[in-house]
Design a protein around this ligand. Structure first.
Ligand SMILES: Nc1nc2c(ncn2[C@@H]2O[C@H](COP(=O)(O)OP(=O)(O)OP(=O)(O)O)[C@@H](O)[C@H]2O)c(=O)[nH]1
Length: 398
């Protein structure tokens, strides 16, 4: 397991002066072009003359073929169809559960990444990786409410500067209502992950993204587009094609939301790319550089603060439990005669409560049962030790 000292995403590896690789996580609606975009950024990094290559992770368990080679592929360790059968799930539930299963192995993934991020003394010619590229399934809910999305992203961000590339299908976002719903998705991902985000307007070979950039920066332009959509009875229709039952209610809702989103836009970088033609990729990497700096400057301290807060809450919770137990044993802390006993008991209690602790919060008591079920599904014989280490790891992140 990667230790926390190793895991600090401060931007430096254990080697003096050596920058940590920046992790780029591609998230977006199904069909927005994440995988094709991954192929482009992967090829771009391979073609650079510095000899450093990216480390590629595929987290889409249901993809049939990827147009790039992955260093880690979820499909090698979790069989999506088996998961669907075993847990009696549909395709979406199968994907979510596959990611949950994979999340139980995140410590192993981090170990591999840490290894590749540092020079290899046995092979000095091999350069450490400069980027970690992560492709994800189109089930965006993984990152909005599923535990695995949080575990995967928080673990990655605790070890490496991490940025989200939110990929948008530009031609399908050209009506004000689809544009707004896409932005709200992006906003909820930003809210949940609290990681720097780049909006990648993809497929600009079909439709230029200047309209979207304008809507994001010019309130009046968006209002005019709203008005036009409303006049054209677009709301309720498909992708701005009309034919629906337009209503003034939709217009005023979108209007208020656009005001609310102004603050959200202020924190984003926006790039236009075509993953088919390969245009816009250098600009994308410029944005990554900027966001990685932002990660170190703004997000890293925030992450540390959250981690400390969790530690503090855990400590308080432990003390509360201890007091409850003491009261249950009629050992009120006010009696000086039992003070010494309380001390030595406290050590015992500490041990007990830290054991309990492994069972207590989010990963929770159910998790151990879940872990072993997951272990079985993964066909691993070493589940107990590995899962204990995973649970420890997760708790070290809290
Ligand atoms: N014209 C055009 N088509 C694109 C572009 N990028 C992707 N596509 C097409 O969009 C479709 C979906 O692309 P994918 O890369 O599979 O999208 P995805 O987001 O990974 O899809 P899921 O894995 O299902 O979520 C494919 O038919 C691609 O060829 C682009 O820049 N321009």
């Amino acid at each position: 397991m990667a230790s926390n000292s190793e895991s600090s995403a401060s931007g430096q590896t254990g080697q003096p002066g050596q920058e940590k690789p920046v992790a780029i996580v591609c998230i977006g609606m199904a069909g927005s072009g994440k995988t094709t975009f991954m192929q482009q950024i992967n090829a771009y990094l391979h073609n650079k003359k510095d000899g450093a290559v990216p480390y590629v992770i595929n987290l889409d368990p249901a993809v049939l073929n990827t147009p790039f080679e992955s260093n880690i592929d979820i499909r090698d360790s979790v069989k999506y169809k088996e998961v669907m059968k075993e847990y009696n799930l549909g395709p979406n539930g199968g994907i979510l559960t596959s990611l949950n299963l994979f999340a139980t192995k995140i410590d192993q993934v981090l170990n591999l990444l840490e290894k590749r991020a540092s020079p290899d003394p046995a092979n000095p010619a091999r350069k450490p990786i400069t980027n970690i590229l992560v492709d994800t399934p189109g089930q965006i809910e993984v990152f909005v409410w599923s535990a695995s999305g949080t575990i995967l992203l928080e673990s990655l961000a605790s070890s490496f500067p991490t940025v989200i590339a939110y990929v948008i299908d530009t031609p399908r976002t050209s009506s004000t209502s689809t544009f707004m719903s896409n932005m709200l998705y992006a906003c909820s991902i930003l809210y949940k992950t609290k990681l720097p985000m780049i909006l990648v307007f993809n497929k600009t070979d079909i439709k230029d993204a200047s309209f979207a950039k304008e809507w994001m920066t010019d309130y009046d332009a968006f209002q005019a587009a709203l008005q036009a959509d409303e006049n054209g009875n677009a709301f309720g229709g498909q992708e701005g094609e009309g034919g629906g039952s337009g209503s003034g209610y939709m217009g005023s809702l979108l209007n208020s939301m656009s005001l609310m989103l102004e603050e959200f836009y202020a924190h984003l970088s926006v790039v236009s790319v075509s993953s088919h033609l390969g245009t816009g990729i250098p600009e994308f990497f410029e944005a990554v550089k900027e966001k990685a700096e932002e990660f170190k400057r703004d997000y890293q301290p925030e992450l540390e603060k959250r981690r400390e807060q969790r530690e503090e809450n855990k400590k308080k919770e432990r003390e509360k439990e201890l007091n409850k137990m003491m009261r249950g044993m009629s050992m009120g802390g006010t009696d000086p005669a039992v003070g010494d006993i309380e001390d030595s008991e406290e050590d015992k209690m500490e041990t007990l409560s830290s054991d309990e602790d492994s069972d207590e919060d989010a990963a929770g008591a159910g998790d151990e049962g879940l872990q072993s079920r997951y272990g079985e599904a993964l066909g691993s014989n070493e589940t107990t030790a590995e899962q204990a280490s995973f649970i420890k790891y997760i708790h070290s992140q809290k």
